[in-house]
Write a protein that binds this ligand. Structure first.
Ligand SMILES: *[C@@H]1O[C@H](CO)[C@@H](O)[C@H](O)[C@H]1NC(C)=O
Ligand SMILES: *[C@@H]1O[C@H](CO)[C@@H](O)[C@H](O)[C@H]1NC(C)=O
Ligand SMILES: *[C@@H]1O[C@H](CO)[C@@H](O)[C@H](O)[C@H]1NC(C)=O
Ligand SMILES: *[C@@H]1O[C@H](CO)[C@@H](O)[C@H](O)[C@H]1NC(C)=O
Ligand SMILES: CC(=O)N[C@H]1CO[C@H](CO)[C@@H](O)[C@@H]1O
Ligand SMILES: [Zn+2]
Ligand SMILES: [Zn+2]
Length: 290
């Protein structure tokens, strides 16, 4: 795998791999419960054994590297600008995207497309339809943010840093799952669990991965505790999460939520979480007052 913008990491024998492949190997090894090994020499690799090799990164930055669009060779140091601004084959979008044109293609085809793009000649009525759809998406985003702002006005709000730690089930074929230590929020004891939403035991490299999680109330309560909750990036990790607000009414009998998706941006992000030993996030619980 050659991602021209990524950093390089060496195994203890000096074999290089790009950061993306390295993260993928570590994520696979977490799922399979095997030690990650270098694909070249089979020596063990781990986050601790590998540190970024700056000398190599510098040397590599002077080496010619292939542009992902036009496949021509460029010095690594000028590749980024080439791919962003100069490459005739770089992926671009039609200037009428704002009125709904979905076209995207190589830069050198852009003038021809824009010349014949049907969007500027659409009727007002047609454009109104397109804009309506865009407004609806925008409204959905605004609703989410407004809901978060409303929640922030609640009387009872608690939040804490949570650390998901990896464990294996004791089934015959063990499975990876995550659990946090018990924590206290709003004067109740809670636990979070997470699992890789994945039916295969040994998902191979092409697999799309997602995580889902569950919030469990460990304390007994005298009356139902109606809550909204939200997982966000913690202060010490840079995982990209799209906020989603979930609701549940907790009581002695309904003391755990269903597994709901952990809204991470994509499977690359998911692999990053799996490759890291623990997953550190921040949990907010908002108690609905009756
Ligand atoms: C928290 O819970 C304990 C017992 O579970 C109780 O004694 C205490 O008053 C509670 N504190 C608040 C602020 O609700
Ligand atoms: C990955 O899985 C797919 C389907 O499960 C299979 O066809 C493919 O050969 C696998 N690739 C590797 C490298 O194991
Ligand atoms: C929940 O369980 C606790 C302890 O068993 C009990 O004191 C409490 O009354 C129960 N609450 C409800 C609503 O049944
Ligand atoms: C949750 O509720 C179920 C059913 O009432 C009970 O069996 C289980 O022990 C409870 N779990 C906790 C952590 O209280
Ligand atoms: C894609 C996939 O496997 N989705 C599953 C994730 O986990 C939830 C909860 O168990 C299932 O309902 C989904 O089908
Ligand atoms: Zn190029
Ligand atoms: Zn267009």
């Amino acid at each position: 795998h050659t991602d021209p913008t990524s950093d390089f990491l060496p195994c203890t024998n000096g074999h290089l791999m790009c950061a993306g492949c390295f993260i993928h190997l570590l994520a696979d090894s977490r799922l399979k419960e095997e030690q990650a090994t270098c694909p070249n020499c089979r020596c063990e690799i781990s986050k601790n054994l590998c540190c970024r090799n700056l000398a190599v990164e510098k040397a590599v930055s002077e080496l010619p590297t292939e542009c992902t669009f036009c496949l021509k060779q460029f010095p690594r140091s000028s590749l980024e600008r080439h791919q962003k601004e100069e490459c005739q084959d770089r992926v671009t979008q039609c200037k009428y995207k704002r009125i709904g044109c979905p076209w995207q293609g190589p830069f050198h085809e852009l003038p021809a497309h824009e010349g014949e793009c049907s969007h500027p000649t659409k009727t007002g009525t047609e454009l109104m339809g397109i804009l309506g759809e865009m407004d609806q998406n925008h409204r959905r985003d605004m609703q989410l943010y407004n809901s978060i702002f409303s929640l922030l006005c609640y009387e009872k709000i608690g939040f804490t840093e949570v650390q998901f730690r990896p464990y294996r089930t004791d089934d015959f074929i063990t499975r990876l799952y995550y659990e946090t230590p018990r924590f206290t929020v709003l004067n109740q004891t809670w636990v979070l669990k997470a699992r890789v939403n994945d039916s295969e035991r040994n998902p191979n490299l092409s697999c799309k991965r997602t995580l889902s999680f569950q919030l469990i109330l460990k304390s007994k309560v005298n009356s139902a505790l109606e809550c909204s909750f939200l997982l966000l990036k913690g202060p010490y990790d840079d995982v990209r999460i799209k906020p989603v607000i979930y609701h549940h009414s907790f009581s002695n009998d309904t003391n755990e939520t269903d597994y709901v998706p952990l809204p991470i941006s994509d499977s690359v992000e998911c692999n990053k979480l799996l490759a890291a030993k623990n997953i550190n996030l921040r949990l907010f619980i908002f108690q609905v007052q009756k």
